[in-house]
Design a protein around this ligand. Sequence first.
Ligand code: PLP
Length: 408
Amino acid sequence: MKPLGPIPAGYGAIDGELAVAGRKASELVEQAGRTPLFVYSRELVEQRVADLRAALPERVALHYAVKANPFAPLLAAMTGLVDGFDIASGGELEMVRAAGIDPARISFAGPGKRDAELEAAIAARVTLNLESEGEAARALTLADRLGVVPKLAVRVNPDFDLKGSGMKMGGGAKPFGVDAERVPALVRTILGAGADWQGFHIFAGSQALDAAAIADTQAQTIALAARLSREVGQPLAKCNLGGGFGIPYFPGDVPLDLAAVGAALGERLAQLPADLAETRFCIELGRYLVGEAGVYLTRIVDRKVSHGETYLVTDGGLHHQLAASGNFGTVVRRNYPVAIANRFDAPVEEEASVVGCLCTPLDRLADKAGFPRAEVGDLVAVFCAGAYGASASPAMFLGQGPAAELLV
Ligand SMILES: *Cc1c(COP(=O)(O)O)cnc(C)c1O
């Protein structure tokens, strides 16, 4: 039997059934009217934000990386919880604006911004995190044409990466940001053009569970920001320190020691060089804010045996859960936390694989794991589904279409 990932804290059972925010899985499916269904718990997101506020220095603002989950009711709930929103496309700009979020709280990073996207962001007074000299030139030309003073920051490609992170976004050649040594010249161009200079965005990686590695990266990020602003010869208004806080997805993963990250950052901020004395710092988090607050519920439509192996065939699959299927940036497939939702309390009785309804062997939600005996009609819960689920899976594959979504 292969192990399953750890079920996140905050989930309980009512009458033996998985409960989210005090409501049974079957009730939530009834409310949504169908499966597959993503359920996001407002309470768990609020708890996570409260934990972050308690652990991090007060001076550090909290931003939400919208690409993790742009579900409209969730964005609306986030407006009162976080300080800023980081977007990565014109589509996300429309989503955050539709949620009524003040453009002064929005920053826009991401390579390959089209002219129309730059224009929409500049016109709305959104901060652009510039990814290249070419993009900077286009933004300045477009702003000039619009008669708007653009709010510009520069995304720096740091000379280091976040150790132990699942996805490295800095260190060496990267499509993201401007190589550190070319940043001062670009900032001088931006200042010379009369733009509203915002500061630096330095993002070194994602999905790290090691507090010491995060603290080390934050220290290097602050040192880099100090060195660059000294070279520019201007005090730095803002510095986005990136994020990269990970969540436990797989067997053996241990939750991040948030208190250790907060304490190390507090110490670092207490010894800032003069160039950064007035700087406003922020971190940007996606999965850490919402990942563990989401569950994907899918119904078993068939139970079958092939060459002695039991398959629980569901009406969901990788078209909503690409990451849980092991096909979103993982090298070795390991099991996410998965359970039979309506037998949440029941003991393990058999080994089975949970598969999706797509005609591909890649469509596997749990591989040879231990479950109570499940029948057709039962509900399977895939945890850690609040981030990079609905928004990062090929919902149109095999004409399946999107899952239902519910914020409770
Ligand atoms: C994807 C991304 C994030 C969010 O990453 P998480 O691992 O979900 O926290 C933050 N910042 C940037 C620049 C990103 O590309």
